[in-house]
Design a protein around this ligand. Sequence first.
Ligand code: FAD
Length: 511
Amino acid sequence: MPIQLVWFKRDLRIADHIPLARAAERGDCLCLYVYEPELINAPDHDAAHLQFVNESLQELGDNLRRRGGQLVITTGTMPDILAALHQDVGIDKIWAHEETFNHISYQRDRRVRAWARQAGIEFEEIPQYGVVRRLKSRDGWARQWQRRMSRPLTDAPQKIAAFDISKLSAFQPGPIRTSESFGLQSFDRRQMQAGGESLAQKCLASFLKERGENYRADMSSPVTGEWGCSRMSAFLAYGNISIRTVVQRTQAKIDELKERRRNGTDIGKMWLKSLSSYQSRLSWHCHFMQKLEDEPAIEFENINRAYDGLRENEFNSQYFDAWCQGQTGYPMIDACMRALHQTGWINFRMRAMLCSFAAYHLWLHWREPAVYLARLFLDYEPGIHYSQFQMQSGVTGINTVRIYSPIKQVVDQDPEGHFIRQYVPELVDLPDKHLPQPHRMTGMEQTFYNCRIGVDYPAPIVDHAERYKAARDRIHAVKAQPSTRAASNLVFQKHGSRKKPVSQRANGTEK
Ligand SMILES: Cc1cc2nc3c(=O)[nH]c(=O)nc-3n(C[C@H](O)[C@H](O)[C@H](O)COP(=O)(O)OP(=O)(O)OC[C@H]3O[C@@H](n4cnc5c(N)ncnc54)[C@H](O)[C@@H]3O)c2cc1C
């Protein structure tokens, strides 16, 4: 009998997995994961991503086996793998989740659809996020998101009738493959989050039980954010948990807190505020991904073409290298970059600051820094990543221009220097007051604190005040042009959040 083929991609879980549940109801299943060299060798991919995938695959395989199923892993190109399987055993239907990833997966999905059509095989792609395919207008998008997020969760199937893979002849399943087997180079990662469905559930539970109480206050600092942010991003990126599950559990926690408050229990001042902020961010997840779904070109091109030519011809490779290596002479930039090398994660504000520094202080076009951080971020999600990069680089025309001061961020977010000293050991002996600008120390102080500027730790590669002013003037000059404003209105129509006050819509800003 022809098989139900469940194609796992960035949805490595069994709970709330509609394609798996529907396929299991219909017949014998072949659960497939394909290592695709085209994606694995792409510049935005890193060995750490593969490691997270492998940890997730290990658990997925175990979970499927417990239900009678089996995960079949192989390496190759799609749809060639499907064609080989079809020839071998005959496919009745292909089940998968819709995916909004990079240009490679976009082209691959088109090829798979064309092949399935031509082979006469039904291929059903089911949404897993709030991202809407072929969206006509952003009006009413938030309502659609809410509707999707409120749908009942789908239980993992109790029993999966597995196709007997010993019947395969031409098609050869393979093992979980290490990054070395693909020849991937990795950063020296020491403290990375591990992947898998049970860890995703545990992480969410601990956030909603304890860690999330002060989320609103904790999220901005790299010191408190490590614990106080939900840390769900990598689990969401690889689909170890559905976003619907996260949204619904958060709502259940809010309902429970309100009930306790009605019964006279003191629930503290922060919980409800924090969870409300958290809920907004969960919808931003899909709001930003929708931009890439609607306009795949924003992986490469300015979302607002009026900003074309602004930075392209001024790319300074030395600045870029210093930024990548955490050697800019600005302790907060360097600490964040070095932390990313080791952990693959940093909080939102620090990501925005890193991007702003590259775009404004160093005047680098966003594309290369974005690809570099795509590799460093364990939670790399192109829809969020490129949209955020463009927004923080000031090339959307619909967002407030924010230029972060790397000096002020030390004072505001790490006044006692815990984070900086952890990741920039050259500065470990400096008193707190010198951490924002170590280069201001006198020669004598440099000797006292074992840190010679230009020898042990770099002098700033650019002057903050000078570069801040120059960048602000240049970006505002473009923003103010009538042709930019006209283009910004079009960008707003296509991509802007409709949740903003009408006054802001009129001039096309999205703060
Ligand atoms: C330049 C830049 C690049 C970014 N690239 C990515 C990326 O590749 N992948 C990614 O998941 N996030 C990205 N973000 C958004 C955000 O920084 C991370 O989602 C967040 O830091 C992840 O940690 P968390 O799960 O603990 O977040 P929490 O603060 O606990 O938020 C919960 C979830 O909400 C979503 N979310 C939070 N903030 C945002 C936001 N500003 N925009 C969209 N969704 C958000 C994420 O899915 C996140 O997991 C980027 C931000 C910037 C400024």
